[in-house]
Design a protein around this ligand. Sequence first.
Ligand code: COA
Length: 238
Amino acid sequence: MSNLINIRDIAPSDKDPMRGWRNLRHVRTYMYNDKPITKEEHSFWFDFMMYDPTRKYWVIELDNNPIGVVNLANINTLNQSCDWAFYIHDEKSRGRGVGSFVEKFILEYVFLEMGLNKLNCEVLESNPKVVEMHKKFGFVEEGFFREAIKKDEKMIGVHRLSMLKGEYLSSVEEKTGIDKDLDIINKIQKIRSKNNINWMDILRLCLKENNKEAKKIISNINSHDSEISKLVEELSKG
Ligand SMILES: CC(C)(COP(=O)(O)OP(=O)(O)OC[C@H]1O[C@@H](n2cnc3c(N)ncnc32)[C@H](O)[C@@H]1OP(=O)(O)O)[C@@H](O)C(=O)NCCC(=O)NCCS
């Protein structure tokens, strides 16, 4: 699998599947309205949204399959601001960096392409990981609305976060060449640690299916690893 992420404009053909995505429990639970949306409600909403200049929707694809949705809302050209939100409905595509890719895309789009001054988002108290994620990207918490909405018979709060264009630009400029290199190394380390699990799964499978041949391959890996160790040792001297 090549893991190609693509963000494309929403199309009329996304109308029906989108209701299914939005109605999944693991998506609607993080939305203000967590009641399943009827066909009629969705149809009215979708047709209006497609022509609403204050909103913009995209579909997130992974290897050409739709896995999520990202949107801007309340686009206000006078105040130069807008809100945003996103979800990945395909659970197995979560935690693989797609959300981070989308967050970077939105920041670039809003501040560099649209030239707006302020980007806002709101996150439910029950979703603290996403608050942390936004803060990591430089969003600042403006406030916490206590007991703002009712969820499962319980009152919960809402975090309000925002980023200003100036903050975004300085965070991009601040990064020196070395910072960027270190960012790449960090990303590689994270991806490699995920892939290590896949490699171990392959080895387990091979050991079960053809134990003798698998052991030969493991022995080869070990011998090459020893060569690498020698080279690294050489490198570490003086
Ligand atoms: C929010 C969401 C889009 C993040 O997408 P993703 O592809 O899983 O995000 P990434 O893989 O890029 O992870 C980004 C970071 O956020 C963390 N994170 C974000 N949402 C998380 C969640 N629900 N559970 C655990 N970790 C989460 C990840 O651990 C990761 O942290 P790290 O960089 O320190 O490792 C996805 O979790 C989702 O669809 N959640 C449900 C809908 C939702 O909450 N939308 C936001 C409403 S405001």
